[in-house]
Design a protein around this ligand. Sequence first.
Ligand SMILES: Cc1cc2nc3c(=O)[nH]c(=O)nc-3n(C[C@H](O)[C@H](O)[C@H](O)COP(=O)(O)O)c2cc1C
Length: 216
Amino acid sequence: MPHLEHIADIRQDYILASLDEGVTGNDPLAFFGKWFGEAVSASIIEVNAMTLASVDGRGFPHARIVLLKGVEHNGFTFFTNYNSAKGEQIAANNHVSLLFFWKELERQVRIEGIARQLSATESDTYFESRPYGSKLGAWASPQSQVIADREVINENYSTYLQQFKEESIPRPPHWGGYNVRPQSIEFWQGRSSRMHDRILFTAGADGHWSKCRLAP
Ligand SMILES: Cc1cc2nc3c(=O)[nH]c(=O)nc-3n(C[C@H](O)[C@H](O)[C@H](O)COP(=O)(O)O)c2cc1C
């Protein structure tokens, strides 16, 4: 396996930018918006893809990608199946972590926070905006369950296609959004010689943010 033998030789120096306490301001959500806008302007593919980590009952963390669908309620919104593995983990322990890596900008954003389900009305509104096929998919897939083969979800899809026909497809009760209210947000800008910039915001009990610089 020639490629695996040389992993240790893969190296990238980061040279694009720097990050100074002065430019982050005092509102990390506003600064996230600025960085997100720059990532969109840089035409990054799947710019809203973020790693979501949640913890199971044995204390094991589980990470997977989900799509950021809004920054609202002073937090970060994504949608999923409430009966999925992540849904069960969050129901038992709503402490989660979110991670963005925009490698084209040599930037990482780390978020730790508390996940709460959106209201049914908010989930309905977003579900309504989804393409027809995605709506059917939400009904057809028992996300995270073991299935015998692909036919299972193909058959489910056909069944729901028949059931709803031309009707508008309602949101499945087990599908909806979460909003993650951040407790901390760290902005990381890659710098040369691994001398990166890290600015960490931490929410105080009074809701105000404090910030500090971390060693890379
Ligand atoms: C680019 C990308 C975007 C994804 N977006 C979502 C999403 O928004 N919601 C979701 O439930 N799963 C999404 N997934 C699938 C999840 O990574 C994961 O496979 C699924 O949610 C099941 O995770 P779980 O078994 O840990 O609950 C996405 C995967 C990728 C690679």
